[in-house]
Design a protein around this ligand. Structure first.
Ligand code: HEM
Length: 362
């Protein structure tokens, strides 16, 4: 059994390497005071502490509902589970504490090529549940929904899966390209991922991170009819090896100063627009932790699948928004369609047994 430590300065599930299965679940509060929200956070903390550690739930006897769904048998494994809790901008409105809102937090912006369905956007609170298998994720979701009933209810949800590395290296997204090759090093977290004290943010937010979720559908029927070389020019990397078009291995780092006209990596390739690798754009890098999703077929019989774009950063505008604006008219937009998502603030970590989510806020 794999146990990922729950307590810490920061929440697990951010720097944690992607587990195999995930659920992203947005909730709306059904309570309206900070005191009630504190009860909710204490309940969530207790259950997540148990679920991520594993153990044997008590048997409450035949005349009471079971303390646990039993989905994983009598002994609950930790199963590599992480639960990462975030709050949306509306959390602060509902509770009447707008001055405590993180400085950049707001409802998700609508970008040039978005086709957002309001039913799949926003939420007062978000849970990112990730584990080594899908049943562990579902067990955690059922448990947390049950123990927080009366304080919040599900608004929307998207489940994700990670593909194994084939043949090696990063796993692939559903366009067939390796995804998650380039990410900040762990040593850069304090300058790119975690909110630092001061910096115009409320004191309670230190150690948290802005969390961007975007449900991006892929128009795979169209994509699969595009030649490989055109696909590769849109991404800027080889499909088989993941190498940048200027290199030969997945880990090769492109150097665009060598290629000012884009003869190796086109100027409008996804990786070049997303990270031009200039001094000025260095601080816009973010941590991406995306998952593939599959929702079957739509009413017209088209395959409904795509990417749960999932990114963590210190500053929403300096990072995600700046990068998204650079990508607004990239050639890839003809093959993808953002349909949902939200901006959230991932809470600072729960430090020890006496601490709970958002204690410094509530
Ligand atoms: C890199 C695909 C959406 C930001 C990549 C790579 C692929 C890819 C294949 C290269 C491998 C890697 O370094 O991970 C996609 C697809 C998307 C999508 C299929 C939509 C369905 C986005 C969005 C953003 C973004 C919405 C941010 C606004 C980045 C960044 C990199 C990257 C920052 C790393 C570039 C580098 O440092 O070289 N993406 N991406 N991507 N993508 Fe995306």
């Amino acid at each position: 059994d794999r146990v990922i430590p729950f307590h810490g300065e920061h929440q697990a599930g951010i720097l944690t390497p992607r587990q195999a299965a995930a659920a992203f679940v947005a909730f709306d509060l059904t309570v309206s005071t900070p005191a009630e929200a504190a009860d909710l956070m204490r309940a969530l903390t207790g259950r997540v502490r148990f679920l991520t550690t594993g153990g044997t739930p008590p048997n409450l006897g035949i005349s009471a509902p079971p303390s646990d769904s039993g989905l994983l048998g009598p002994d609950v494994p930790a199963g590599g589970l992480t639960a990462t809790v975030g709050v949306g901008s509306t959390f602060f409105d509902v509770l009447g504490i707008p001055r405590q809102r993180p400085a950049k937090l707001r409802p998700m912006d609508t970008f040039a090529n978005d086709d957002l369905d309001p039913v799949r956007c926003g939420g007062d609170l978000v849970l990112q549940l990730c584990a080594d298998s899908r049943d562990v994720v579902l067990h955690a979701l059922r448990d947390l929904a049950r123990h927080t009933r009366g304080a919040m209810q599900v608004r929307w949800r998207i489940d994700g899966f990670d593909s194994p590395s084939r043949p090696a290296g990063a796993s692939r997204n559903l366009l067939g390209f390796k995804d998650g090759i380039v990410n900040p090093a762990a040593s850069e977290s304090d300058k790119l991922i975690w909110v630092q004290s001061g910096a115009g943010e409320p004191a309670w937010a230190t150690g948290g991170s802005y969390h961007v979720l975007r449900v991006i559908r892929m128009l795979v029927e169209f994509w699969d009819r595009v030649t490989i070389s055109e696909q590769e020019r849109m991404i800027g990397r080889r499909r088989d090896s993941g190498a940048p078009l200027s290199g030969s291995r997945e880990t090769d780092v492109p150097d665009y100063t060598d290629d000012p006209k884009g003869s190796a990596v086109p100027l409008d390739a996804h990786i070049r627009l997303a990270n031009p690798r200039t001094h000025a754009t260095d601080a816009s890098r973010m941590l991406r932790r995306g998952y593939n999703y599959d929702l079957g077929t739509d009413v017209d019989g088209n395959l409904d699948m795509g990417l749960v774009f999932n990114a963590f950063q210190q500053d929403l505008d300096r990072q995600f928004v700046a990068v998204q604006k650079r990508l607004d008219d990239e050639p890839l937009v003809d093959y993808i369609s953002p349909v949902g998502g939200g901006y959230f603030f991932s809470l600072p970590g729960v430090r020890d047994r006496s601490d709970w989510y958002a204690r410094a806020l509530l």
